[in-house]
Design a protein. Structure first.
Length: 589
């Protein structure tokens, strides 16, 4: 967890010194109170013995106690306020660093941690660290000062009574050690099981329609019950162990208090504490107060032992993310894209996913130039979308190389590389906001004319026109308030408004009917004529006009050419074509 303190700036460390100063002052003021209590007892005793009224002096001592108490409270409040602000600032910075680092993850890192785990680490784990830092800045500083100061006070009063306090401290340490040994290892398990609960919950919420359609509620419920029961059992064990702390501490404190009163009474009876019984009683009251101060210091340490182990685990999980290097690196980047020419070449590219044994792409080679449309078709799992992932550098090739304008794709800065491309995924992804805000993701400074033009080309302008809000029509998170076809067309409009040099359509027309598909592709032609267009398609009708069609089967190229060439020479392409269109329809193409 100490590694996270590197996010503190220099003035934050000055504030920590201020906290130390305030806490030291507060402890010293608190330790002054028993001395005034002892004086008041002495004054009362003297008054009883002499018959003289000591009211004025007692009130003076009481007034000093009130002033010291007010000073102690002020120092405590200020120290707590500064600690809370520092803990919150560390949490804010850590969340920002996590978000920034996770945003640079490729699919490989995201799959390694899993999305639910990354969410848990960015929220729950950061919150655990925040709470622990606030407690540390208060208790970890206060407890040692209180313990050392209290011990210094009692050793100057009486050694015999000091040994009683030592026995109480040993009992506390024994209780802490036993409980920590039992409960400590379970904290990491709790965080891992929290990830599992989040995973099943997220899976259920994401696939709720499928679950209901197949009446699979019982299956998902059993999955949830399993992970929930595991988490519950672990938390019950942890909380049961921690629940022993409070009664255990109260038993030790009350036993110590009783022991101090007994030993103090015996010492007073033997005139071994003070010069007279009144002074002995005064010293006993002071000693008991100091002893309670020492025990409170150790109780604070107990609170740290409750929070710190779990926070330590959380900090470790956060650092695992922050110290995970990017699989997609820019250390070879030297080029910026300045040319209007666009040429993409896959040169003997092979690829297998991390930790996989088999290649999903094998010896893929092709060249595509500006103004051309290159399409990929094949059965499910043939590697079509993987080619797009490699072109977008979501993954790096295992063998071979990808060239853009005859330079390796890894030599380009990612920012420049993505500026070249307008990507439309198979599943249209929209963000909470409005139509305009979603389009401006593609082009920040897009005006109303730009947005209307892209919507018109994507055959989705009616979505804005039929609403009184127009381009400010609300879009729910994930596009929940629009249909699948509307999501796809809005995603296409977002890519069009960017005016990239390379358009990538990853099966982006699958949710459209044939008429809308044809109208959209006709409208696209003049828009993309100066760019390179990459299409992943399942429909023959979507890719008919491509200058180059590549047929994939089990990660290998089994056919390459135009539609007419493939209909003559490629049997797998013929099988796909005849499965979708009749011979008469194909003959009229």
């Amino acid at each position: 967890m100490l590694k996270l303190f590197r996010f503190f700036k220099w003035y934050h460390w000055l504030l920590i010194l201020v906290i130390i100063g305030l806490i030291y002052g507060q402890v010293q003021m608190d330790l002054k109170l028993p001395e005034y209590m002892g004086r008041i007892i002495m004054l009362i005793g003297q008054g009883i013995q002499t018959g003289d009224a000591q009211t004025s002096e007692i009130l003076d001592e009481g007034l000093m106690m009130l002033l010291i108490t007010f000073g102690s409270i002020t120092a405590t409040v200020l120290a707590s306020l500064i600690a809370a602000r520092l803990g919150t600032r560390l949490a804010v910075t850590t969340r920002h660093k996590l978000y920034e680092h996770i945003s640079g993850f490729s699919a490989e890192e995201v799959n390694h941690f899993s999305t639910p785990s990354l969410i848990t680490r960015s929220t729950n784990d950061v919150q655990q660290v925040q709470m622990a830092v606030i407690i540390m800045l208060r208790m970890l500083i206060t407890a040692p000062i209180m313990a050392v100061s209290g011990i210094a006070k009692i050793t100057n009063i009486n050694l015999t009574m000091s040994l009683v306090v030592v026995g109480g401290v040993v009992a506390i340490l024994t209780l802490i050690s036993v409980l920590f040994a039992l409960v400590g290892p379970k904290f990491q398990k709790v965080q891992k099981q929290t990830d599992d609960v989040n995973q099943v919950t997220r899976e259920t919420l994401t696939g709720i329609r499928v679950i209901r359609a197949h009446h699979a509620e019982d299956i998902q419920a059993s999955k949830f019950e399993s992970v929930n029961d595991n988490l519950t059992k672990t938390q019950l064990f942890v909380n049961t162990g921690l629940a022993i702390l409070n009664p255990g501490m109260m038993f030790i404190m009350n036993s110590l208090n009783l022991a101090l009163i007994t030993v103090g009474a015996l010492l007073i009876a033997d005139n071994a504490l003070g010069t007279n019984p009144i002074e002995g009683l005064s010293l006993q009251v002071q000693f008991t107060s100091y002893a309670m101060t020492i025990l409170i210091a150790f109780m604070m340490l107990i609170m740290l032992f409750i929070f710190l182990p779990r926070a330590w685990v959380s900090a470790k999980r956060i650092n695992e993310v922050l110290y995970t290097p990017y699989a997609i690196k820019e250390d070879q980047a030297t080029e910026t894209f300045l040319s209007n020419r666009v040429k993409v070449e896959f040169k003997h590219v092979s690829f297998k996913y991390p930790k996989a044994e088999e290649y999903v792409l094998k010896d893929i080679s092709f060249i595509a130039n500006k103004g051309e449309t290159i399409a990929f078709i094949g059965s499910t799992g043939s590697g079509k979308s993987t080619i797009v992932s490699l072109l977008l550098r979501f993954y790096d090739v295992s063998e071979g190389e990808i060239l853009i304008n005859d330079k390796n794709i890894q030599s380009y800065y990612l920012k420049d590389l993505y500026a070249l491309m307008g990507y439309v995924p198979q599943k249209g992804t929209l963000f909470r906001g409005t139509i305009a805000s979603n389009l401006k993701i593609g082009k920040k400074d897009a005006d109303q004319t730009d947005m209307q033009s892209s919507l018109k080309t994507a055959q989705i302008l009616s979505l804005a026109e039929e609403s009184e809000q127009g381009l400010e029509r609300d879009i729910d998170q994930g596009g929940a308030n629009v249909s699948g076809g509307q999501k796809q067309r809005l995603s296409i409009a977002r890519a069009l408004i960017k005016e990239p040099k390379i358009y990538i359509f990853d099966d982006s027309f699958s949710a459209l009917d044939y008429r809308t598909d044809r109208m959209l592709r006709n409208a696209l032609k003049p828009k993309v004529k100066e760019s390179l267009t990459v299409i992943i398609g399942q429909r023959i009708g979507t890719i008919l006009d491509a200058e180059q069609i590549i047929v994939l089967d089990q990660g290998e190229i089994v056919g390459k050419g135009t539609h007419h060439e493939l209909m003559k020479s490629c049997i797998p392409y013929q099988d796909i074509a005849y499965a979708q269109l009749s011979k008469e329809e194909l003959g009229n193409v």
